[in-house]
Design a protein around this ligand. Structure first.
Ligand SMILES: [Zn+2]
Length: 419
């Protein structure tokens, strides 16, 4: 946390919570925003950072990723069937050395930082990696990804998740919080879903799940047939006591009593009535444009319909096993192509406040009292509309990025001037 009282001069600041400021300053004390105003005070008893040719926005929230799979980049081919892709991920992931996994995690954390990510929602399944995550300078909500289709194992699996949550309570000032992620409706038994939800309620943490990602998932839940049945048999983890619920993935989760407050990922295949179920359950959603495009899907999350029902939606990169890059600026530009009914300013809202609402992490919208997690984009001309800056096709990096009032990135040869 930056100790000295600091102000940052800007050309424009958009808080994403309703207020915009022109040619002003944002004052930061002990990592939190004290005040934002248009115009600058003549004397200031602290450090001044001059970014007066920049736009300042809240930092981006990458609301869904699997950073620990970054070492799979280029190793997993697209497959006709989703289950074949899963098999390939499992095989390649098992073959990845620990050193390569750790190296790739840090390399891609840099990609996130340089492209403006200041908060990450990440699925992970290697508790040993926590020491690596602890060295990353951005805010993290780490979901313990859990699989288990056999009911008999539900208690044991939930207990090991509980042990980890107990061992790693979020300390004051810590950038990391842990949460729970039953992997998907086709890979988690009803008993394990319920046990994890109960645990999350007891520990007051968030639950997330991949939901309605592929047609085969809908088929498996409605008839108990298809690719996922074969996959579970092949892996010798099918549970014959399971009965297909005969309903959509969203409705299935609602019937299990686990949809309440859930962070749902993907939602590519929804029934109309699912939208109301999600809204009534206060569930949130994460749209992953790059991953959806990578798989070549023709149907994807109806982002606008969800927003119209008051559902929080964030953006995520997903992993490098199903995306070519974790550069968050690419996700923003792809969102514009895939959800053309949204204005650029609305897409930037999804990328910032929408993501923090979806994950239910501290509201990160540049209001007084909130952490100073912010990013800067240098204007190229005074005529430029602020919302166009992050969409510039040539731009791969933000100009600077800050978490809790401390710089975590400044573009080389492009630093703000201390005064
Ligand atoms: Zn995922």
């Amino acid at each position: 946390m930056a100790d000295a009282l600091t102000r940052i001069l800007f050309q424009k600041l958009v808080s994403m919570s309703g207020d915009d400021y022109e040619e002003g300053e944002i004052v930061i004390d002990k990592g939190r925003i004290v005040e934002t105003r248009s115009g600058t005070s003549e004397s200031f008893a602290g450090v001044t950072q001059d970014w007066s040719d920049c736009l300042i926005l809240p930092g981006f929230v990458n609301a869904h990723c699997h950073l620990s799979l970054s070492g799979l980049q280029g190793k997993v081919a697209r497959q006709e069937r989703f289950v074949d892709w899963i098999e390939s991920v499992v095989t390649e992931n098992a073959a990845l050395s620990w050193a390569d996994r750790v190296e790739a995690l840090h390399r891609e954390a840099r990609t996130l930082i340089e492209s403006g990510v200041t908060a990450l929602g990440d699925y992970f399944s290697y508790p040993e990696l926590l020491v690596e995550y602890q060295t990353l300078p951005f805010r993290q909500l780490l979901f313990l990804e859990t699989l288990g289709f056999q009911s008999a194992l539900a208690g044991e699996k939930a207990r090991s998740v509980e042990d980890l949550l107990q061992e790693h309570p979020a300390g004051a000032g810590s950038l990391i919080r842990l949460a729970v992620a039953p992997h998907a409706p086709y890979s988690v038994s009803p008993d394990l879903f319920k046990a994890l939800k109960k645990l999350a309620d007891k520990m007051d943490c968030r639950v997330s799940c991949h939901v309605a990602e592929v047609v085969a998932e809908t088929q498996f839940l409605s008839q108990g047939e298809g690719d996922f049945l074969k996959l579970l048999h092949q892996r010798e983890v099918y549970d014959p006591s399971w009965t297909p619920p005969g309903v959509s993935p969203v409705r299935y989760l609602e019937q299990l009593g686990v949809l309440q407050d859930m962070v749902t990922i993907h939602l590519n295949y929804l029934e109309k009535s699912d939208l109301n179920r999600l809204a009534e359950s206060n569930a949130s959603a994460v749209f992953c444009p790059g991953s959806t495009r990578w798989f070549g899907r023709r149907t994807w999350m109806p982002v606008k319909d969800l927003l119209d029902r008051g559902i929080s939606v964030g953006l995520g990169t997903d992993s490098l096993a199903s995306n070519d890059s974790l550069n968050f600026l690419y996700e923003i530009r792809l969102s514009e192509e895939m959800v053309p009914e949204l204005h650029r300013s609305e897409i930037l809202w999804l990328a910032t406040v929408g993501g923090s609402q979806a994950l239910n992490i501290e509201k990160l919208g540049l209001e007084p009292g909130q952490p100073a997690d912010l990013i800067g984009f240098r204007f190229r001309s005074s005529e430029e509309d602020w919302w166009d800056l992050p969409f510039d096709r040539d731009r791969r990096q933000v100009d600077f990025s800050m978490v809790s009032g401390e710089f975590i990135f400044q573009k080389p040869n492009n630093k703000g001037r201390n005064q």
